[in-house]
Design a protein around this ligand. Structure first.
Ligand code: PHE
Length: 462
């Protein structure tokens, strides 16, 4: 068999996996979830779940990938449990669905980079007019998908790893620049207070539930992205410390994204913090208005930098989403990487068209579906989000962990983790995993899955 390629070093893997994790979920999703979830209390719950729930799943996915040396579907076959490869197939499907709409949003961000860069702040006044202009935004999306396919076609060390090693540091540098700028604005501190001082009266079941879902999506779990990346990891690398660093990088960047955004919101709302209602508008409407109110060249530079940063973050994530089906095609159907990458990118782009046109342009896809007991209709893009992110990911994660602990067996996970991690045998992590993997994590994930289906699709009120 031809070589599948691999990461050139542990640092290369960590950069790529952290690049996958850090994406729209951190810079777009996290702040608006914080806004909707009552501020700092959400942040606390989120941090808790990243380590308690997500960290074990991450270790498991990487271990399955490295042991099997195969894609998300082939991994189950290689471990001798072909019957379970449906779990990998759900993962490949989730990857395709997520990428299909994710790329549309990335295309908007790409478009905003140009608009704000050229001083057109008015674009934010009528966001629907912008998204309805499907030929323009569709072209931005297409360019984005081409960039993604290009990187994936260049392979693991020559494409994915190289891109992440450039994009990730650039992104961190840009966010820090914006954090410093935003902290010096008038009323910045009121935003920070909302973000950092927990108001325990806002604690609710919904906060817990949304924080779990957000943590899971943000860490790229539940669809085999990390099984796939894990299959390119060297045998001598330490899985536990890698997973810890990836989690810290993801959490850290989400955290500083909040440090950048909430001072801006404190500023625009004169310290009242109105408009922190959450929702996608936070990034595409509120923030550009802030850049507009700063105005002039400074406003343009800030605005364009922010959206360029969002694109960089999205690109290392779209690459990991595309890699899942691509490595499946390469391993199982013997396609060349180049062919698989361009073919898959084309298919995904087409699947994304209803999400593209369902934001004002096509009435049918804009008012796509009305869930039971819902007052309003849901557009196609949100429908795919509810299906893939909110439902398939927790389901997939639950099945992956259940499989690993009960079918592949905990001893085998431990044996794989121990390679490259000499201290693992006696560590606290090992003890924790012996409770988390067989019981705690599958139960929590099954609960999120069932609750999401009931709440989202059937309007059940808890
Ligand atoms: N973690 C990415 C983000 O936060 C999204 C993602 C999910 C990427 C699943 C790959 C797999 O934006």
């Amino acid at each position: 068999m031809a070589s599948r390629g691999g990461f050139s070093s542990k640092a290369g893997f960590i950069a790529a996996a952290a690049g996958s994790a850090v994406g729209l979920g951190n810079i777009w999703g996290f702040p608006y979830e914080v806004g909707a979830g009552g501020g700092a209390i959400f942040v606390l719950v989120y941090l808790f779940f990243c380590f308690v729930l997500c960290f074990p799943v991450m270790i498991t996915e990487i271990a399955i990938g490295r042991k099997s040396g195969r894609n998300a579907v082939g991994a189950f076959n290689a471990l001798g449990h072909k019957k379970w490869n449906f779990v990998g197939k759900i993962g490949v499907l989730s990857g395709i669905l997520i990428l299909s709409f994710y790329n549309v949003i990335a295309g908007w961000a790409f478009g905003y980079t140009f608009q704000l860069g050229s001083g057109n702040f008015a674009v934010a006044d009528n966001f629907t007019a912008f998204t309805s202009n499907v030929f323009e935004v569709g072209t931005y999306g297409m360019l984005f998908m081409i960039a993604t396919a290009f990187i994936v076609s260049k392979g693991i060390s020559g494409g994915i790893e190289k891109a992440a090693k450039i994009l990730l540091p650039t992104l961190i540098f840009m966010i820090l620049g914006l954090v410093i700028y935003s902290l010096f604005l008038p009323n910045a501190m009121s935003g920070l207070k909302f973000y950092l001082l927990p108001d325990f009266s806002k604690f609710s079941f919904n906060v817990v539930f949304n924080a779990m879902g957000q943590a899971f999506f943000s860490l790229s779990l539940g669809m085999g992205a990390l099984i796939t990346y894990g299959s390119y990891v060297g045998k001598n690398d330490n899985i536990v410390s890698s997973a810890a660093l990836i989690t810290l990088a993801d959490v850290g960047i989400a955290f500083i994204a909040g440090m950048m955004i909430f001072p801006f919101i404190g500023y625009i709302s004169n310290g009242e913090l109105t408009g922190v209602g959450g929702g996608p508008e936070l990034i595409f409407v509120t923030l550009p208005q802030i850049f507009g109110s700063i105005g002039g060249v400074t406003g343009s530079i800030l605005g364009a930098s922010f959206f360029a940063l969002l694109c960089f973050a999205a690109l290392t994530s779209t690459v990991s989403l595309l890699e899942v089906p691509v490595s499946y095609l390469v391993d199982e159907y013997k396609l060349t990487r180049t062919k698989a990458a361009w073919l898959m990118a084309g298919i995904v782009y087409v699947i994304g068209i209803p999400s593209l046109v369902g934001n004002g342009y096509s009435e049918y896809f804009t008012e796509f579906i009305q869930y039971f007991n819902a007052e309003t209709k849901t557009n196609f893009l949100s429908f795919v989000v509810n299906l893939a992110n909110d439902s398939f990911l927790p389901l997939g994660g639950c099945l992956i962990v259940f499989f690993a602990a009960h079918i592949w067996k905990k001893e085998n996970i431990d044996a794989e983790i121990s390679i490259g991690a000499p201290n693992y045998e006696k560590s606290f992590v090992k003890k924790y995993l012996s409770i988390a993997l067989p019981y705690l994590v599958p139960i929590l994930l099954a609960t999120i899955f069932i609750m999401t289906v009931l709440v989202t699709f059937f309007g059940v009120d808890f």
